[in-house]
Design a protein around this ligand. Structure first.
Ligand code: NAP
Length: 252
């Protein structure tokens, strides 16, 4: 990481959803490198997420454990939050990162595609926040960071389902921020543009939107992670209900 101290989050417990790869993995690595113990919550096989957890633990020296959970399942999310607290003794930071796309034009979009994307991206953020917030409110401390997208701010042709889910994440974030501010819990959203992960690997280099990025390139997952860590840090104590674009200037 480099820009944050190794013990900035020492003793804190963080849960990151969708953390076996992509942005979530980078966030988990960055939080661990600042001293937080990390729970990786993912849908893939325990072998895959367990390998990620072991690699991050070895690189950073903190405790990292993998948990399998479909975040769109309300009861499963509750069980996993309880398990994390039982294993780690606390939960200070929640990064709702798990997300999917299923692009298609409105005229062809099925009800199933719409519900699935909204169910995971927005429903998953609600489920995990709903269960984690109870604990944070009792502790009178917490940091919640939600992965939105510039699609949730500007809309995007071919992404009615995805953009709706991310606009919902922004509304959820601001409402949670207002409800929990008096309990010392902050909630903020990050709105990336294009980030180099599996989610964007099939977008051709000459895609018109990519060519319009003022900074002329896509983001690296580590750049999104740096912002997430800042929002989880003591330095960000006075920021809540904010939506921060990190898109190379694309949506300005
Ligand atoms: P990614 O590489 O496709 O990874 C997505 C992660 O979410 C995977 O670990 C996946 O687990 C997990 N996941 C999916 N469905 C899940 C479920 N039901 N329960 C638990 N975990 C689930 O995506 P990414 O590019 O890193 O994106 C991360 C977040 O940033 C997403 O919310 C995305 O919408 C947002 N974002 C990304 C970009 C971009 O350009 N990449 C731009 C704006 C916003 P499996 O490994 O099991 O599939």
């Amino acid at each position: 990481m480099g820009i944050f101290s190794k013990d900035m989050l020492a003793g804190q417990v963080a849960a990151v959803t969708g953390a076996s790869r992509g942005i979530g993995r980078a966030v988990a690595e960055a939080l661990a490198s600042c001293g937080a113990n990390v729970a990786i919550v993912d849908y893939c096989s325990e072998e895959v997420s367990g390998k990620t957890a072991a690699e991050i633990a070895e690189a950073t020296g903190v405790t990292v454990k993998a948990y399998r959970c479909d975040v769109s399942d309300f009861q499963a999310s509750e069980a996993i939050v309880k398990q994390i607290v039982a294993d780690f003794g606390s939960l200070d930071i929640l990064v709702n990162n798990a997300g999917i796309t299923a692009d298609g034009l409105l005229a062809q979009m099925t009800e199933e595609s719409f519900s699935r994307v909204v169910g995971i991206n927005l429903g998953g953020t609600f489920n995990m926040t709903r269960h984690a917030a109870r604990l944070m409110m009792r502790k009178r401390y917490g940091r919640i960071v939600n992965l939105a997208s510039i699609a949730g701010l500007t809309g995007n042709a071919g992404q009615v389902n995805y953009a709706s889910s991310k606009a919902g994440v922004i509304g959820l974030t601001k409402s949670v921020a207002k409800e929990l501010a008096s309990r010392g819990v902050t909630a903020n959203a990050i709105a990336p543009g294009f980030v180099e992960t599996d989610m964007t690997k099939d977008i051709p280099d000459d895609a018109p939107l990519k060519k319009q990025i003022p900074l002329g390139r896509m983001a690296q997952p580590s750049e999104i992670a740096a912002l997430a860590v800042f929002l989880c840090s003591p330095a960000a104590a006075y920021i809540t209900g904010e939506v921060i674009r990190i898109d190379g200037g694309l949506a300005m």
